[in-house]
Design a protein around this ligand. Structure first.
Ligand code: BG6
Ligand code: MG
Length: 218
């Protein structure tokens, strides 16, 4: 079956919002007096807001209302940081690859666990390059469940076997593999090594080269 579409994760793939998520969680952790390092933040990559908070709390328990307040507080910090996002913040190679995909008659969708995804792609100026958006509101079961990517593929009218997922998180790679997608992992092998193809980033990534490297084309 040939590839007819790409599904892109957002944070850490199309833009470096992964850094803003880290800073927002770090600010909250500092306020709570909980140690939180960049290394520990790696476990939160691609993970929804609530699960991220529970990981950050490291077993500390709070009433539901407090958990909600903490999630809102982190999100308010995150929104403060992303207010400055502009088209300059699209990571190198991402806009070019999206344009090439569209010019080749293939489809492109977003598959992000973030509830802020629509705002971010608007600020980046890439919403017009995406045929469909699956975000933190689209499905109940989040990554590493395959649901979000299956939903994105359905929005494109494509089968998983016809789509390539581009992901920077271990949970996202796992989700895509579970859904039967071909996967391009962005980042170090230790994190995304289970993907079919691993790239450090999308800088210089050309559509024809990527397609040639995928297993079904080997
Ligand atoms: C993912 C990020 O894309 O979205 C996670 O990698 C984040 O770090 C998750 O927790 C949920 O995002 P938001 O914006 O809804 O809190
Ligand atoms: Mg990501």
């Amino acid at each position: 079956m040939s590839i007819k579409g790409f599904i892109f994760d957002l944070d850490g793939v199309l833009t470096d919002t992964a850094e803003y998520h880290y800073r927002a969680w770090k600010r909250l952790a500092d306020e709570l007096g909980i140690p939180f390092t960049r290394e520990e933040n790696e476990a939160l990559r691609g993970i929804p807001r609530r699960e991220s908070l529970l990981l950050l709390l490291k077993g500390r328990t709070f009433p539901e209302a407090t958990l909600n307040e903490l999630m809102e507080r982190k999100n308010s910090y995150y929104l403060e940081y992303i207010r400055e996002i502009s088209p300059r913040d699209v990571l190198p190679g991402a806009r070019e690859l999206l344009s090439e995909i569209r010019a080749a008659g293939l489809k492109a969708a977003l598959g992000s666990a973030s509830k802020n995804a629509r705002e971010v792609i608007e600020r980046l100026g890439i919403a017009g390059l995406l045929d469909a958006v699956a975000d933190g509101y689209s499905v109940t079961r989040q990554k590493p469940a395959p649901d979000l990517f299956l939903h994105a593929a359905a929005l494109l009218g494509l089968a998983p076997a016809e789509c390539v997922v581009v992901e920077d998180a271990a949970a996202g790679v796992e989700a895509a593999l579970a859904g039967g997608f071909t996967v391009i992992g962005i980042g170090p092998h230790e994190r995304v090594g289970k993907a079919h193809v691993v790239l450090p980033n999308l800088a210089g990534a050309r559509l024809a080269d990527l397609l040639a490297r995928l297993p079904m084309h080997a």
